[in-house]
Design a protein around this ligand. Structure first.
Ligand SMILES: Cc1ncc(COP(=O)(O)O)c(C=O)c1O
Length: 214
């Protein structure tokens, strides 16, 4: 896993990753950003909001952005392992097939079976384990089977790839007042925040939001 520290993240590094994502053989999409008024979603306040439709992204989420940069930076034909409940695993599996890498996704046994089936359809192995065992199983794969661990949020190449989303936002809307980013492990938030702040948007306020409950 790459060491992630704020000093390592520079605008040049993010631009290089953006180019990698833009030209990736995985076909990452520059998704549309549409005004809120074009949606049917309710809105209580009057302000100029846009949403970026990453649900239209290849493999169904932004994860492919970071994965595109991770795979571009790793040796071809490696044997990789990750842990994921779904969206990262889907992008990882899609990239593994494309790059001809062997792959394994360690999934929590509570994840819907349909996700395992989809990931396996790309030729990637799935092992379903109790959530408390995820990291132990990954460690076993690394130590006993010499696989390389690709982290689903705490990895510099991944975060730099995710930053491409922030760069695309600034192309459409330079210097936004507020940017709201969904957050789990924080990989997307880190990438988007770095893209916006290192691009000089000093006044932009960035919020990470996560769902409450299970
Ligand atoms: C749709 C969606 N949004 C947000 C997140 C959170 O991403 P991160 O872990 O980079 O914060 C995930 C993570 O799996 C996701 O699948």
């Amino acid at each position: 896993m790459s060491e992630v520290s704020a000093d390592t993240v520079t605008l040049d590094l993010l631009k290089e990753a953006w180019e990698e994502v833009r030209t990736s053989p995985l076909g990452v999409i520059n998704t549309p950003m549409i005004p809120w008024c074009q949606t049917t979603l309710p809105l209580q306040t009057i302000c100029n909001i846009h949403i970026k439709l990453e649900n239209l992204q290849r493999t169904g989420s932004f994860k492919i952005r970071g994965v595109a940069n991770q795979f571009a930076k790793r040796p071809k034909g490696g044997h990789f392992v990750t842990m994921s409940a779904g969206n990262y695993g889907k992008s990882f599996a899609y990239a593994s097939k494309h790059y001809g890498s062997k792959g394994k996704v360690v999934m929590p046994e509570t994840a819907p079976l349909s996700r395992s089936v989809l990931i396996q359809s790309f030729g990637v192995e799935v092992e379903r384990v109790p959530t408390s065992c995820l990291m132990n199983v990954v460690n076993r794969c690394v130590q006993e089977d010499s696989m390389t661990f690709l982290h689903s949020y705490d990895d510099l190449d991944l975060i730099a790839g995710h930053a491409s989303l922030g760069m695309e936002v600034l192309e459409v809307m330079p210097d936004p007042d507020v940017v709201v980013v969904c957050c789990g492990g924080g990989g997307l938030l880190a990438g988007v925040a770095a893209a916006i702040k290192l691009s000089g948007c000093d006044k932009t306020r960035i919020y990470g939001v996560e769902p409450t409950g299970g």
